[in-house]
Design a protein. Structure first.
Length: 179
């Protein structure tokens, strides 16, 4: 499967184009991540998180998996090489904690917390994954603004419900100060 490109013409913000490797519920609609991505994660002994999203059995690589991060960063770099000098591309979206869409989503109901912990979830791993993908996006798109959907992971996985988003953004701001 090839990552999908979507366009939204005529919005108030202007034309938009998105390209990504779908996960979660989006995967059920679009055919899923490329099989080679999951195969690479498995080959490198990566771990997958399993849950049901609106009745759909869903499996995603853990957000901090080094192989999955490498594939995402390679995609971001390729997109940046192609689009950073395109004056019509003014904003790019960073996503890293997105189990079911490009919006922030870390499933964190009480029944799922033990699975996250067995898989090695820590706030530090999530913050590092976020900082890596934010940094990769800013490096690949130096001529654009970057935006990130942020949200909470509940109060059980992290020190507070917005800790990961807030800390990942702060880490990126230290690496890439705002002029």
């Amino acid at each position: 499967m090839v990552p999908r490109v979507t366009r939204n013409y005529g919005s108030r913000a202007g034309n938009g184009c998105g390209l990504g490797i779908p996960d979660g519920r989006a995967a059920a609609v679009t055919g899923g991540r490329p099989a080679w991505v999951d195969a690479a994660v498995r080959q490198n002994h990566g771990k997958f998180f399993r849950f049901t999203d609106q009745g759909v059995p869903t499996k995603i690589p853990v957000f901090w998996d080094p192989t999955f991060l490498a594939k995402k960063k390679a995609l971001i770099a390729a997109l940046g090489a192609h689009f950073t000098n395109n004056a019509t591309v003014t904003i790019v979206v960073v996503s890293f904690a997105n189990a079911t869409s490009e919006d922030w989503n870390v499933p964190h109901t009480a029944d799922l917390i033990p699975q996250w912990l067995r898989l090695g979830y820590t706030s530090a791993l999530m913050v590092d994954a976020g900082a890596q993908l934010i940094g990769a996006t800013l490096d690949a798109f130096p001529n654009q603004y970057a935006t990130l959907a942020e949200g909470g992971d509940g109060n059980t996985l992290d020190p507070d419900k917005t800790y990961v988003a807030r800390t990942a953004i702060a880490a990126a701001r230290l690496m890439y100060p705002i002029d």
